[in-house]
Design a protein around this ligand. Structure first.
Ligand code: ADP
Ligand code: MG
Length: 467
């Protein structure tokens, strides 16, 4: 296919889209797109940044396919790639600027009533009923964080402000944050509390920018007494949102209203976080949740199994706790796994039962298939380099092996989608989902590929991972 053909096709598609998309802002998203490659099965287009990539995928995937269909009768899958030069350095920032300019010229005609926004924010207080102080097991690893959380829940705005909790994933930060919310909601003195994930904060801010209603967004926070934001480290690199959060923070702080934050790392280690936010995060109390000790893990397994209606015996609690050490979410996964299997086999959960079945969830580090091994085998087999697999190159001869690598990683290991994405140089877990679907489909149609995959799987599972 010549590049002229691509260009013409893309212009035709854009013209179709222009007709279809009445929202002027949305049509802005297509302004700097390019058609990179085209076949009837796969259309690869480039976009300026991750923000636009997400918005187009969320809102206009079908519009694009329809437009292509109108122009040439195909219905390809879409692949949106962020343009190389824009990748790391700009991200959201650039586009936020663009939105601002847009609103200065076009928007700001109407400001929807502020209360509508409050409702939107309020709806977001979706709490897990089980994440209460009662259900939280206190041990040396979380004692301080727990005490601080309790103090703040009892006297919001009066003790530690902000309360900043950090720790690795699955160690109980969200649980503690929500426990504070439960306490405050059930207290006799009524406070307006809002619990948001950082992503929700970012999304609401961006939506308000899109709607030209940043003022409304800001106003919303005036009606709130206590602000809880989970996973604040997602502010990394989001300069404009940081700026906005800075104002929200000051507003709360100056009014002696409580702010509670959690993060996966201490303030000074959150990448690309403005210094003034770093220092503000340290103004109150910074408290760590650590990996629980053995005794705490045993107590957690006991408590969780009781809460789920089937208290495990001491032996089972200890066995589980000896084998799953670093993450309470995994501990809980193991409990659920055992409960499900005992239900299925109509057997009670004895130590023998646990020993037999927990093997399926406990994978000793040494025997776990490692991602580099998969990478190696796939690269060798497809005759590409590991660098290629981890690169952003979009040539089919590399895209397919990369997708095969992701597919096998998902199939043969316990790594999360995001971990796999990162290992292959991608930032977004959906890339892996897409690859898995794609290879699954191809595998059904293509016998050679199917055989290749069987062979690769054998090589990977049958190879000593240490070589
Ligand atoms: P994080 O937000 O730190 O990633 P979560 O708060 O989501 O972790 O905790 C993961 C799971 O572990 C949740 O189901 C939570 O209830 C449970 N959990 C964590 N710490 C404790 C604890 N100390 N006692 C009881 N359950 C806990
Ligand atoms: Mg969490």
């Amino acid at each position: 296919m010549t590049s002229d053909y691509n260009k013409n096709l893309w212009n035709a598609v854009l013209a179709e889209l222009e007709e279809k998309i009445s929202n002027r802002l949305h049509s802005l998203w297509f302004q700097n797109t390019e058609l990179l490659s085209y076949s009837k099965d796969l259309l690869t287009m480039s976009v300026e940044n991750e923000f636009i990539q997400q918005r187009i995928l969320e809102n206009h995937r079908q519009d694009i396919v329809d437009a292509v269909f109108k122009c040439c009768g195909d219905q390809p899958e879409l692949e949106l790639i962020i343009r190389e030069e824009n990748k790391e350095e700009q991200g959201f920032f650039d586009f936020e600027d663009k939105i601002n300019t847009y609103w200065q010229n076009e928007g700001a005609k109407e400001f929807p009533a502020v209360h509508a926004n409050i409702e939107a924010v309020k709806q977001r207080v979706q709490l897990n009923d089980l994440y209460t102080f009662n259900n939280f097991v206190v041990g040396p690893s979380n004692q301080l964080a727990h005490a601080a959380a309790l103090a703040v829940a009892n006297k919001p705005g009066e003790t530690y402000n902000p309360l900043f909790m950090y720790g690795a994933v699955g160690l109980g930060k969200t649980h503690l944050l929500q426990a504070i919310c439960h306490n405050i909601l059930s207290a006799s003195e009524k406070h307006n509390i809002v619990y948001l994930s950082c992503e929700e904060f970012i999304n609401q801010f961006i939506t308000s920018v899109e709607r030209g209603n940043v003022e409304g967004f800001r106003q919303t926070f005036r009606y709130i007494d206590i602000l809880v934001i989970d996973d604040i480290h997602f502010l990394a690199n989001k300069e404009r949102t940081q700026e906005e959060f800075f104002h929200v923070f000051n507003m709360f702080y100056n009014a002696h209203k409580q702010i509670i934050l959690s993060s996966d790392s201490p303030p000074s280690e959150i990448p690309e976080l403005r210094e003034r936010l770093v220092s503000r995060f340290k103004w109150g109390l910074v408290s760590q949740v650590d990996i629980p000790t053995f005794e705490t893990r045993v107590a957690i397994v006991k408590k969780k199994s009781r809460l789920k209606g089937t208290p495990f015996g001491d032996g089972v609690c200890q066995y589980v706790s000896e084998n799953i050490v670093s993450n309470i979410r995994e501990l809980e996964g193991a409990i659920n796994h055992l409960l499900a299997l005992s239900d299925l086999h109509k057997e009670s959960i004895t130590l023998e039962f646990a020993q037999q079945y927990l093997k399926e969830v406990i994978i000793p580090e040494e025997t776990m298939i490692q991602l580099p091994l998969i990478m190696n085998v796939v690269a060798k087999d497809f005759n590409v380099t590991i660098g290629d697999l981890q690169s952003k190159k979009r040539h089919k001869s590399i895209v397919i092996p990369r997708q095969v690598g992701m597919y096998l990683a998902k199939k043969l290991t316990n790594y999360s989608l995001l971990e796999i994405a990162n290992f292959f140089g991608k930032r977004d877990h959906t890339t892996v989902l897409h690859a898995v679907d794609k290879i699954k489909d191809l595998r059904k149609q293509d016998k050679d590929l199917h055989e290749k995959l069987v062979d690769l799987e054998y090589k990977i599972s049958g190879t000593d991972s240490k070589d």
